[in-house]
Design a protein around this ligand. Sequence first.
Ligand code: SF4
Ligand code: SF4
Length: 355
Amino acid sequence: MNRQDEYSDLNASFRFSVLEFNALFTSLLEHFEIWAPQRYAARGRFSDADSIGYGPIHSPNEIVFDEKSHFSSKEAVFPVSETMFDLLGDEFVQAEDAQRDILVFARPCDINGIERLDDIFLRNGSVPDPYYQRRRERIRFVLMECAASFENCFCVSMSANRTDNYIAAIRWNSEHVLMRIRDKTLLSLVPDNASPAEFIPEFVEEDREPIGLPNGEKLEAAIRDGSLFEHDMWEEYTARCIACGRCNTHCPTCSCFSMLDIAPEPESGFGRRRRVWAGCHIDGFTNMAGGHAFRKDNGSRMRFKTMHKIHDFNARFGRHMCVGCGRCDDHCPEYIRFAHCIGKVTRLLESGDHE
Ligand code: SF4
Ligand code: SF4
Protein backbone atom coordinates (compact mmCIF):
# COMPACT_ATOMS: atom_id res chain seq x y z
CA MET A 1 0.00 0.00 0.00
CA ASN A 2 1.49 3.38 -0.89
CA ARG A 3 1.27 6.37 1.40
CA GLN A 4 -1.53 8.11 -0.48
CA ASP A 5 -3.78 5.03 -0.12
CA GLU A 6 -2.81 4.65 3.49
CA TYR A 7 -3.87 8.22 4.24
CA SER A 8 -6.74 8.39 1.79
CA ASP A 9 -8.53 10.99 3.90
CA LEU A 10 -5.55 13.27 3.15
CA ASN A 11 -5.39 14.38 6.69
CA ALA A 12 -2.17 12.79 7.80
CA SER A 13 0.16 14.16 10.46
CA PHE A 14 3.87 13.57 10.91
CA ARG A 15 6.66 14.43 13.26
CA PHE A 16 9.89 15.39 11.51
CA SER A 17 13.27 16.08 12.97
CA VAL A 18 14.69 19.38 11.76
CA LEU A 19 16.97 17.47 9.37
CA GLU A 20 14.04 15.44 8.00
CA PHE A 21 12.03 18.61 7.51
CA ASN A 22 14.92 20.25 5.68
CA ALA A 23 14.98 17.29 3.27
CA LEU A 24 11.21 17.50 2.76
CA PHE A 25 11.54 21.23 2.11
CA THR A 26 14.12 20.55 -0.61
CA SER A 27 11.62 18.22 -2.29
CA LEU A 28 8.90 20.86 -1.98
CA LEU A 29 11.10 23.36 -3.80
CA GLU A 30 11.06 21.09 -6.85
CA HIS A 31 7.28 21.51 -7.05
CA PHE A 32 6.57 24.94 -5.62
CA GLU A 33 7.89 28.43 -5.32
CA ILE A 34 7.80 28.92 -1.54
CA TRP A 35 6.97 32.23 0.16
CA ALA A 36 7.31 32.81 3.88
CA PRO A 37 7.99 35.59 6.38
CA GLN A 38 11.72 36.23 6.40
CA ARG A 39 14.11 38.71 7.97
CA TYR A 40 15.52 41.55 5.87
CA ALA A 41 18.52 42.76 7.85
CA ALA A 42 18.79 46.52 8.43
CA ARG A 43 15.79 47.26 6.21
CA GLY A 44 13.44 48.20 9.04
CA ARG A 45 12.08 51.56 10.09
CA PHE A 46 15.29 52.61 11.85
CA SER A 47 18.78 52.44 10.39
CA ASP A 48 19.77 49.37 12.42
CA ALA A 49 16.36 47.68 12.57
CA ASP A 50 15.35 44.61 10.59
CA SER A 51 12.19 44.23 8.60
CA ILE A 52 10.21 40.99 8.50
CA GLY A 53 8.35 40.61 5.27
CA TYR A 54 7.31 38.12 2.64
CA GLY A 55 9.31 36.87 -0.30
CA PRO A 56 10.50 33.63 -1.90
CA ILE A 57 12.70 31.48 0.34
CA HIS A 58 15.07 28.59 -0.38
CA SER A 59 15.62 27.11 3.06
CA PRO A 60 13.44 26.57 6.15
CA ASN A 61 16.11 28.44 8.14
CA GLU A 62 14.91 31.63 6.50
CA ILE A 63 11.38 31.35 7.93
CA VAL A 64 10.64 33.62 10.88
CA PHE A 65 8.29 31.51 12.98
CA ASP A 66 8.35 33.24 16.33
CA GLU A 67 7.56 36.88 15.49
CA LYS A 68 4.66 38.59 13.79
CA SER A 69 5.82 39.65 10.33
CA HIS A 70 5.79 43.39 9.74
CA PHE A 71 4.31 42.98 6.29
CA SER A 72 1.64 40.50 5.36
CA SER A 73 1.52 37.65 2.87
CA LYS A 74 -0.55 39.75 0.45
CA GLU A 75 2.65 40.52 -1.49
CA ALA A 76 2.58 36.92 -2.76
CA VAL A 77 -0.62 37.61 -4.68
CA PHE A 78 -0.72 41.41 -4.96
CA PRO A 79 2.84 42.69 -5.57
CA VAL A 80 3.84 46.19 -4.45
CA SER A 81 4.54 46.99 -8.09
CA GLU A 82 3.23 44.88 -10.95
CA THR A 83 3.73 45.30 -14.68
CA MET A 84 0.42 44.80 -16.45
CA PHE A 85 1.39 45.28 -20.08
CA ASP A 86 3.91 46.83 -22.43
CA LEU A 87 3.28 48.81 -25.57
CA LEU A 88 5.59 48.12 -28.52
CA GLY A 89 4.52 50.52 -31.20
CA ASP A 90 0.99 49.43 -32.09
CA GLU A 91 1.42 46.15 -30.26
CA PHE A 92 0.01 45.43 -26.81
CA VAL A 93 1.95 42.76 -24.87
CA GLN A 94 0.51 41.47 -21.64
CA ALA A 95 3.16 40.85 -18.97
CA GLU A 96 3.88 37.18 -18.43
CA ASP A 97 3.40 35.51 -15.10
CA ALA A 98 5.44 32.60 -13.75
CA GLN A 99 3.90 29.17 -14.06
CA ARG A 100 4.88 27.42 -10.83
CA ASP A 101 2.46 26.96 -7.97
CA ILE A 102 3.25 29.05 -4.92
CA LEU A 103 3.22 27.69 -1.39
CA VAL A 104 2.67 30.48 1.12
CA PHE A 105 3.46 29.97 4.81
CA ALA A 106 0.93 32.17 6.62
CA ARG A 107 -0.91 32.64 9.90
CA PRO A 108 -4.73 32.40 10.02
CA CYS A 109 -5.23 36.20 9.94
CA ASP A 110 -3.15 36.48 6.78
CA ILE A 111 -4.95 33.60 5.05
CA ASN A 112 -8.21 35.30 5.99
CA GLY A 113 -6.72 38.56 4.71
CA ILE A 114 -6.10 37.05 1.28
CA GLU A 115 -9.67 35.75 1.28
CA ARG A 116 -10.77 39.39 1.78
CA LEU A 117 -8.61 40.34 -1.21
CA ASP A 118 -10.34 37.56 -3.16
CA ASP A 119 -13.65 39.30 -2.45
CA ILE A 120 -12.31 42.59 -3.78
CA PHE A 121 -10.38 41.35 -6.81
CA LEU A 122 -12.48 38.38 -7.87
CA ARG A 123 -16.03 39.03 -6.69
CA ASN A 124 -16.51 42.78 -6.54
CA GLY A 125 -17.52 43.28 -10.15
CA SER A 126 -18.77 41.41 -13.17
CA VAL A 127 -15.23 40.49 -14.27
CA PRO A 128 -12.49 39.15 -11.98
CA ASP A 129 -9.19 41.02 -12.04
CA PRO A 130 -7.16 38.82 -14.44
CA TYR A 131 -3.74 39.78 -13.01
CA TYR A 132 -4.79 38.88 -9.49
CA GLN A 133 -6.71 35.81 -10.61
CA ARG A 134 -3.88 34.16 -12.53
CA ARG A 135 -1.55 34.51 -9.54
CA ARG A 136 -4.18 33.57 -6.96
CA GLU A 137 -4.94 30.33 -8.80
CA ARG A 138 -1.35 29.21 -8.21
CA ILE A 139 -1.38 29.86 -4.47
CA ARG A 140 -1.77 27.24 -1.72
CA PHE A 141 -1.32 27.83 1.98
CA VAL A 142 0.76 26.20 4.67
CA LEU A 143 -0.87 27.29 7.91
CA MET A 144 1.64 28.49 10.51
CA GLU A 145 0.01 27.52 13.77
CA CYS A 146 -0.69 30.64 15.80
CA ALA A 147 -2.04 29.63 19.18
CA ALA A 148 -1.23 32.77 21.19
CA SER A 149 -1.82 36.43 20.44
CA PHE A 150 1.01 38.82 19.64
CA GLU A 151 0.99 42.44 20.82
CA ASN A 152 -1.87 44.47 19.31
CA CYS A 153 -3.57 41.43 17.71
CA PHE A 154 -7.36 41.34 17.87
CA CYS A 155 -8.14 38.61 15.33
CA VAL A 156 -10.58 36.86 17.68
CA SER A 157 -12.67 40.04 17.95
CA MET A 158 -12.75 40.15 14.13
CA SER A 159 -13.60 36.42 13.79
CA ALA A 160 -10.43 35.94 11.74
CA ASN A 161 -8.49 33.74 14.19
CA ARG A 162 -9.35 30.43 12.49
CA THR A 163 -9.14 29.05 8.98
CA ASP A 164 -9.61 25.77 7.19
CA ASN A 165 -8.00 27.06 4.01
CA TYR A 166 -4.68 25.22 3.96
CA ILE A 167 -3.10 22.18 2.35
CA ALA A 168 -0.69 21.73 5.25
CA ALA A 169 -0.35 23.04 8.78
CA ILE A 170 2.85 23.32 10.72
CA ARG A 171 3.96 23.63 14.34
CA TRP A 172 7.62 24.44 14.68
CA ASN A 173 10.11 24.31 17.49
CA SER A 174 13.88 24.05 17.50
CA GLU A 175 13.81 20.24 18.04
CA HIS A 176 11.16 19.02 15.65
CA VAL A 177 8.36 19.95 13.28
CA LEU A 178 4.80 18.70 13.41
CA MET A 179 3.00 18.80 10.11
CA ARG A 180 -0.55 17.99 9.07
CA ILE A 181 -0.85 17.34 5.34
CA ARG A 182 -4.00 17.53 3.24
CA ASP A 183 -2.64 17.47 -0.29
CA LYS A 184 -1.68 14.57 -2.54
CA THR A 185 1.48 16.16 -3.95
CA LEU A 186 2.76 17.03 -0.51
CA LEU A 187 1.89 13.62 0.84
CA SER A 188 3.72 11.89 -1.99
CA LEU A 189 6.91 13.71 -0.94
CA VAL A 190 6.84 12.40 2.62
CA PRO A 191 9.33 9.51 3.01
CA ASP A 192 7.83 6.11 3.85
CA ASN A 193 9.70 5.95 7.13
CA ALA A 194 8.35 9.29 8.43
CA SER A 195 7.00 9.13 11.98
CA PRO A 196 3.22 9.48 12.22
CA ALA A 197 1.96 11.96 14.81
CA GLU A 198 -1.23 13.34 16.26
CA PHE A 199 -1.32 16.98 15.27
CA ILE A 200 -4.27 19.28 14.80
CA PRO A 201 -3.36 22.97 14.69
CA GLU A 202 -4.59 25.17 17.50
CA PHE A 203 -5.88 28.68 17.07
CA VAL A 204 -5.85 31.79 19.23
CA GLU A 205 -9.01 31.74 21.34
CA GLU A 206 -8.69 35.04 23.18
CA ASP A 207 -7.33 38.49 22.33
CA ARG A 208 -5.02 40.12 24.86
CA GLU A 209 -7.17 43.23 24.52
CA PRO A 210 -10.54 42.30 23.00
CA ILE A 211 -12.38 45.05 21.17
CA GLY A 212 -16.13 45.50 21.03
CA LEU A 213 -17.50 45.97 17.53
CA PRO A 214 -20.30 48.49 16.97
CA ASN A 215 -23.87 47.27 16.86
CA GLY A 216 -24.66 46.91 13.14
CA GLU A 217 -28.08 48.58 13.19
CA LYS A 218 -26.90 51.55 15.25
CA LEU A 219 -23.88 51.97 12.99
CA GLU A 220 -26.05 51.88 9.88
CA ALA A 221 -28.44 54.45 11.35
CA ALA A 222 -25.59 56.78 12.39
CA ILE A 223 -24.07 56.56 8.90
CA ARG A 224 -27.42 57.26 7.25
CA ASP A 225 -28.24 60.31 9.37
CA GLY A 226 -24.69 61.70 9.05
CA SER A 227 -24.16 62.06 12.81
CA LEU A 228 -21.14 59.75 12.93
CA PHE A 229 -19.49 61.29 9.90
CA GLU A 230 -19.80 64.79 11.31
CA HIS A 231 -18.75 63.89 14.84
CA ASP A 232 -15.70 65.69 16.22
CA MET A 233 -14.04 62.38 17.22
CA TRP A 234 -12.36 62.41 13.79
CA GLU A 235 -10.62 65.72 14.52
CA GLU A 236 -8.16 63.95 16.80
CA TYR A 237 -6.90 62.04 13.78
CA THR A 238 -6.62 65.20 11.70
CA ALA A 239 -4.33 66.51 14.43
CA ARG A 240 -2.26 63.34 14.89
CA CYS A 241 -2.14 61.44 11.59
CA ILE A 242 0.70 62.51 9.28
CA ALA A 243 -0.69 60.68 6.22
CA CYS A 244 2.36 58.45 5.90
CA GLY A 245 0.25 55.50 4.72
CA ARG A 246 2.12 52.91 6.79
CA CYS A 247 -1.19 51.58 8.12
CA ASN A 248 -2.22 50.90 4.51
CA THR A 249 1.00 49.27 3.35
CA HIS A 250 1.22 46.97 6.39
CA CYS A 251 -2.43 45.94 6.16
CA PRO A 252 -3.19 42.50 4.67
CA THR A 253 -6.55 43.70 3.34
CA CYS A 254 -5.82 47.15 1.89
CA SER A 255 -6.13 46.59 -1.84
CA CYS A 256 -5.95 50.01 -3.46
CA PHE A 257 -3.50 50.70 -6.23
CA SER A 258 -2.58 53.47 -8.68
CA MET A 259 -1.61 53.17 -12.30
CA LEU A 260 1.87 54.33 -13.25
CA ASP A 261 2.61 54.67 -16.94
CA ILE A 262 5.80 55.01 -18.87
CA ALA A 263 4.55 56.98 -21.85
CA PRO A 264 5.57 55.45 -25.20
CA GLU A 265 8.94 56.74 -26.33
CA PRO A 266 8.71 58.48 -29.68
CA GLU A 267 11.53 56.50 -31.32
CA SER A 268 11.13 52.95 -30.01
CA GLY A 269 7.40 53.10 -29.31
CA PHE A 270 8.04 51.33 -26.00
CA GLY A 271 5.66 52.12 -23.15
CA ARG A 272 4.64 50.31 -19.99
CA ARG A 273 1.71 50.27 -17.57
CA ARG A 274 2.24 49.21 -13.98
CA ARG A 275 0.10 49.24 -10.93
CA VAL A 276 1.56 50.06 -7.54
CA TRP A 277 0.09 50.02 -4.05
CA ALA A 278 -1.72 53.15 -2.97
CA GLY A 279 -3.51 54.01 0.25
CA CYS A 280 -6.50 56.02 1.41
CA HIS A 281 -4.42 57.90 4.01
CA ILE A 282 -1.92 59.24 1.51
CA ASP A 283 -2.07 62.76 0.05
CA GLY A 284 -3.35 62.77 -3.49
CA PHE A 285 -5.26 59.49 -3.19
CA THR A 286 -8.61 61.12 -3.89
CA ASN A 287 -7.40 63.72 -6.40
CA MET A 288 -9.56 63.94 -9.47
CA ALA A 289 -9.18 65.52 -12.89
CA GLY A 290 -9.72 69.24 -12.50
CA GLY A 291 -8.02 69.34 -9.10
CA HIS A 292 -10.91 68.38 -6.84
CA ALA A 293 -10.00 66.13 -3.90
CA PHE A 294 -12.25 64.29 -1.50
CA ARG A 295 -11.15 63.75 2.10
CA LYS A 296 -8.52 66.48 2.33
CA ASP A 297 -8.10 66.28 6.10
CA ASN A 298 -6.53 63.24 7.69
CA GLY A 299 -9.43 62.69 10.10
CA SER A 300 -11.84 62.11 7.24
CA ARG A 301 -9.36 59.61 5.76
CA MET A 302 -9.30 57.76 9.07
CA ARG A 303 -13.09 57.80 9.09
CA PHE A 304 -13.20 56.44 5.55
CA LYS A 305 -10.78 53.62 6.37
CA THR A 306 -12.61 52.74 9.57
CA MET A 307 -15.98 52.57 7.86
CA HIS A 308 -14.56 50.51 5.02
CA LYS A 309 -12.93 48.03 7.39
CA ILE A 310 -15.87 47.53 9.75
CA HIS A 311 -18.97 48.51 7.79
CA ASP A 312 -18.98 48.93 3.99
CA PHE A 313 -17.12 45.74 3.14
CA ASN A 314 -19.27 43.78 5.58
CA ALA A 315 -22.43 45.20 4.03
CA ARG A 316 -21.28 43.93 0.65
CA PHE A 317 -19.59 40.63 1.47
CA GLY A 318 -20.98 39.61 4.85
CA ARG A 319 -17.71 39.69 6.79
CA HIS A 320 -15.50 42.44 8.08
CA MET A 321 -12.56 43.53 5.98
CA CYS A 322 -10.27 44.03 8.97
CA VAL A 323 -8.86 40.72 10.21
CA GLY A 324 -7.43 42.18 13.42
CA CYS A 325 -3.75 41.53 12.68
CA GLY A 326 -2.84 44.74 14.52
CA ARG A 327 -0.10 45.70 12.07
CA CYS A 328 -1.54 49.20 11.54
CA ASP A 329 -1.20 49.72 15.29
CA ASP A 330 2.27 48.13 15.37
CA HIS A 331 3.66 50.48 12.75
CA CYS A 332 1.89 53.84 13.07
CA PRO A 333 4.62 56.40 13.86
CA GLU A 334 2.02 58.55 15.65
CA TYR A 335 0.89 55.68 17.91
CA ILE A 336 -2.63 55.84 16.54
CA ARG A 337 -4.47 52.68 17.55
CA PHE A 338 -7.01 51.52 14.99
CA ALA A 339 -8.37 49.06 17.55
CA HIS A 340 -9.04 51.98 19.89
CA CYS A 341 -10.72 53.89 17.07
CA ILE A 342 -13.15 51.01 16.57
CA GLY A 343 -13.75 50.97 20.33
CA LYS A 344 -14.48 54.71 20.29
CA VAL A 345 -17.08 54.27 17.55
CA THR A 346 -18.67 51.45 19.54
CA ARG A 347 -18.84 53.49 22.74
CA LEU A 348 -20.14 56.53 20.92
CA LEU A 349 -23.01 54.57 19.43
CA GLU A 350 -23.81 52.93 22.76
CA SER A 351 -23.80 56.26 24.60
CA GLY A 352 -25.85 58.04 21.94
CA ASP A 353 -23.45 61.03 22.14
CA HIS A 354 -23.31 61.29 18.37
CA GLU A 355 -27.01 62.16 18.09
S1 SF4 B 1 -6.94 47.46 9.53
FE1 SF4 B 1 -5.13 47.09 10.84
S2 SF4 B 1 -5.73 45.38 12.16
FE2 SF4 B 1 -7.20 45.43 10.47
S3 SF4 B 1 -6.37 44.00 8.95
FE3 SF4 B 1 -5.60 46.05 8.42
S4 SF4 B 1 -3.59 46.22 9.45
FE4 SF4 B 1 -4.68 44.47 10.36
S1 SF4 C 1 0.20 54.94 9.98
FE1 SF4 C 1 -0.67 56.40 11.46
S2 SF4 C 1 0.16 58.41 10.87
FE2 SF4 C 1 0.51 57.01 9.13
S3 SF4 C 1 -1.29 57.31 7.81
FE3 SF4 C 1 -1.78 55.58 9.16
S4 SF4 C 1 -2.85 56.49 10.91
FE4 SF4 C 1 -1.81 58.16 9.82
